[in-house]
Design a protein around this ligand. Sequence first.
Ligand code: ASP
Length: 610
Amino acid sequence: MYRSHTCGQLRTADEGKTVILAGWVQTVRKFGSITFIDLRDRYGITQLLFGEGMNENLNEDSLSREYVLQAEGIVQLRNNKNPQMLTGDIEIKVQRYKILNKSITPPFTIQDDTDGGDDLRMKYRYLDLRRNEVKKNLELRYAVNRSARNYLHENQFIDIETPFLIKSTPEGARDFVVPSRMNAGQFYALPQSPQTFKQLLMVSGYDRYYQIVRCFRDEDLRADRQPEFTQIDCEMSFVEQEDILNMFEGMVKSIFKQVKGVEYSEELPRISWEEAMWVYGSDKPDIRFGMKIANLKSAFKKDGRIIAKGELVNGRGFGIFQQAETILAIAVPGCSEYTRKQLDELTDWVKRPQIGMQGLAYIKCNVDGSFKSSFDKFFGSEDLEAIAEFANAQPGDLVLILAGLEERTRKAISDLRLELGQRLGFRKKEEYKLLWVLDFPLFEYSGEENRWVARHHPFTAPKPDHIGIMIQNDPLIENATDYLNHPYATIKANAYDMVLNGNEIGGGSIRIYQRDLQEKMFTALGMSKEEALHKFGFLLGAFEYGAPPHGGIAFGFDRLCSILGGSESIRDFIAFPKNNSGRDTMLDAPSTIDDKQLKELAIESSAPKS
Ligand code: ASP
């Protein structure tokens, strides 16, 4: 027997028992003739006492950090109890021990506050995984996994695996491809998601499918993405949007209850994409705090006057505001006393290239009822009061105003809102605000490709009332800058995202299930009939054999875990993640392969001949 108990198990009640523990040496502390060793395994740490009355002599010099040790001894109460440790009341008075394996000195200390930097920890990830922090993250991941599975199982979903070696049909991100040895010159692709397979499963009659499945996207890895990531992927037949929202709202609530003990008794708020964009400047709003965006454009008239309480008030005209396509404001609570220096810093912040604004205007709404702004020259106090009111400011607030082109200004004010929310402590990690964002546009215009692209994916159905707009209008656009005036820009989809604390954690849609409509969709996306048949002939064919109405959703499993674990980084919740350049530094992958392998794959070597 290697062990009778784990290193996290023994308590005062076990006093006097003879036990055997096995684990890794965390620390060795020598005091004269006795030595304490903290022994660690997955379950915790137990103190071993060597020296007094041992049957065997301990040669501590032969023992150091990360040795694998087996120790037999008697549980006794400690003189100095450690209330921080679950096993802190007891220790094992060792009688016999055995070194099961040695360890060289690890490249960083394996403890909560490690001295290892990110790169080092990733290179030796198997050691990093011994750390409590990382272990807790993987345990949480498993708890979320189990909770999702339980819920789906109870609701008659069945887990069906779909293939990883599929056909390359890039739409959205780039595919990872795998050369086929048996079909020289041909390639498989790794799935970006099991989208078409789950739809085929609906055609086959498996009306409730799920899979916790790896997906692969060859994207540039900006902020916290992984080339392979995991989705909770689901699909249902004979459902409308409402059925899907209810089912998966239930799943997420049940995960929160089981994993975090957080109960949501109320229905999640739902807002339209349009509203999210106007009120928060983002389709994934963080609603843990207010600071809603006010659209001041309608307040400023062309002749320089402004409207307050529905009436025209004075104003001597401020060119920037009069000419701007959009003027947006947020009222920052309790910040009317910001200093010149603080305001200058914020101005520099919005002028950074990532934000790209020309400047920042402000009104301080002082608690004594007076107003002070960066554009005092142009407006009297009454006007400033009117603008502040438009921005829903209270005495003591600081109104921040950005003006410029619509899309950029919206994005900028949304970023500014989030930044200030963060600085002012409104984005609390332990507060979880979920909501649904609904009614997404079906299409987006890609200036780069000069065509409409599917905002979600090409299998998403237009809202029934909007199908006509798609069928009756030619997708072609004469003048690309004019795309917002094209009828396609008005088409909405039965597509929905679930948002948690400013992150999209899930998204899906009601699907097209008729061949002719799917063909029209491909045409709208600029695909020729031949191309559509070549890429998606299997799906179009399947739709002719009685495809049921269906819809689904997929949740970003890694992201969900990281938010529940209070971390910004999904890497912390993946056992063996890649770095920002898509490399596994532990394996040193990707790597070149030898000429023999290349030859078998009928791929020419690009390596310079030496
Ligand atoms: N397959 C979609 C995605 O990966 C999700 C869905 O529509 O179910 O985003």
